[in-house]
Design a protein around this ligand. Structure first.
Ligand code: PLP
Length: 415
């Protein structure tokens, strides 16, 4: 083991004790969970927040005058305020709860896009977007007669900033870009992307599904207009996510869901909407999920995001060095850990990624193999799929060693 697993302010062993599932055995081996880009594990604090809600104050929010409903409402809104603090939003009502990143992006594509993008208009994005930040824009472009334009980037996901700046024209309406690639791990220069777009009066949506769980993100410092992320990738429950939006943009947006909670007055032939955030959260929301996400951001804030980022940076540096020492292993994305997060995609010789994944699973090692919802990027890389190992705050250098050992065994198996 060549790196410190404990960096200042982060003790991975103590953190691991907070995550019950990490003590599980898989195929009679200790679980090595390296599939965090797909979803993260949950600390006891999150599991208990869900249990306490269901056991002691389960009620619908906003509408009841009774004690349980008042408590549920207070905890739901406290979770919103906690998320707003976590990303440094100016106002809690700039945090809209959604089902996840996918719904958050679709909400913008419908609620903002249908009002602001028309025939001949252009949306700038990259070839490394997750399908969630690609398909909704294709759908919008089809509805409105608009076009998608791709920001030039190299095969490691590094944006050509000069080429990007040259793409702006009178019809550019939106830039929508991932802050961290879920395949290459590449961290995009989000602040610079926003700065250039704003020089042209164009708003920017950041897909922060892979960044907010792992890096300190300050939406005001980035000056981002919309930021989408998922609770389940940041220690929270599934079925809850966030659309952060600048107040003025959210105010002007049309709701995606009409129904309860989002109205001011309903008449037989028309209705009017209430204010933020309820206008964009029609129907009974995922109350337990939001409360669980509130507990997750509290947990992450207590650990400290700079420490989380440093720990994952050390592990990534170690893993990249180990993997590049393995003959026949091709790692995708930047080899400098400064430019990337702890998402590492690779190919082992000419063994199909699914076979590598299956053999690693037999050793108790959970990784993902597939196209990772990024088919255009797979085409650019010239592979049908990759194996992807992805880290989080509870992973250790010993687990990286297990991964490297497992890959060596997979190579030997197919030799
Ligand atoms: N964007 C990125 C970069 C992702 O990695 C993911 C999930 O893998 C998503 C969007 C979609 O997130 P969800 O499925 O939680 O909506």
């Amino acid at each position: 083991m060549a790196v410190e697993t404990s960096t200042a302010g982060l003790d991975a062993a103590a953190i691991r004790a907070d995550f019950p599932v990490l003590a599980e055995q898989v195929h009679e081996r200790p679980l090595v969970y390296l599939d965090n880009a797909a979803t993260s594990q949950k600390p006891r604090a999150v599991i208990e927040a869900l249990q306490t809600y269901y056991e002691t104050y389960n009620a619908n929010i906003h509408r009841g005058l009774h004690a349980l409903s008042e408590r549920a409402t207070a905890e739901y809104e406290a979770a919103r305020a906690g998320v707003a603090r976590f990303i440094n939003a100016r106002h809690a009502h700039e945090v809209i709860f959604t089902r996840g990143t996918t719904e958050a992006i679709n909400l913008v594509a419908r609620g903002w896009g249908d009002e602001n993008v028309g025939e001949g208009d252009e949306i700038l994005l990259t070839e490394m977007e997750h399908h969630s930040n690609l398909v909704p824009w294709q759908m919008l472009a089809k509805r409105r007669g608009a076009a998608l334009r791709y920001i030039p980037m190299d095969v490691d996901g590094r944006i050509d900033l000069e080429g990007y700046a040259r793409q702006f024209g009178p019809r550019t309406r939106l830039v929508t870009i991932t802050q961290m690639s879920n395949v290459l791990g590449t961290i995009t220069p989000a602040a610079e992307v926003v700065r250039v777009a704003h020089e042209h009066g164009v708003p920017v949506l950041l897909d922060a599904a892979q960044s907010i769980p792992h890096l300190p993100v300050d939406v005001q410092a980035l000056d981002a207009d919309f930021v989408a992320f998922s609770g389940h990738k940041m220690l929270g429950p599934t079925g809850i996510g966030v659309l952060y939006g600048r107040e003025s943009l959210l105010d002007a947006m049309e709701p995606l869901l009409g129904g309860g909670s989002m109205i001011r007055v309903v008449e037989l032939h028309r209705s009017s909407w209430t204010g933020l955030p309820d206008k964009l959260e029609g129907g009974t929301p995922n109350i337990a999920g939001a409360i669980g996400l509130g507990a997750a951001v509290e947990y992450l804030a207590a650990v400290g995001m700079p420490g989380v980022a440093r720990h994952e940076h050390n592990l990534t540096e170690y893993a990249l060095a180990q993997l590049s020492d393995l003959e026949g292993v091709r790692v995708f994305g930047p080899m400098d850990a400064e430019d990337r997060g702890g998402v590492i995609s690779f190919y082992v010789g000419d063994i199909h990624p699914h076979d590598v994944g299956t053999l690693l699973d037999a050793d108790g090692i959970a990784v993902r193999a597939g196209h990772h919802c990024a088919q255009p990027l797979m085409r650019k890389l010239g592979v049908p799929a990759t194996v992807r190992a992805s880290m989080y705050l509870y992973n250790t250098a010993d687990e990286v060693d297990c991964l490297v050992g497992g890959i060596a065994r997979a190579k030997a198996f197919f030799a």
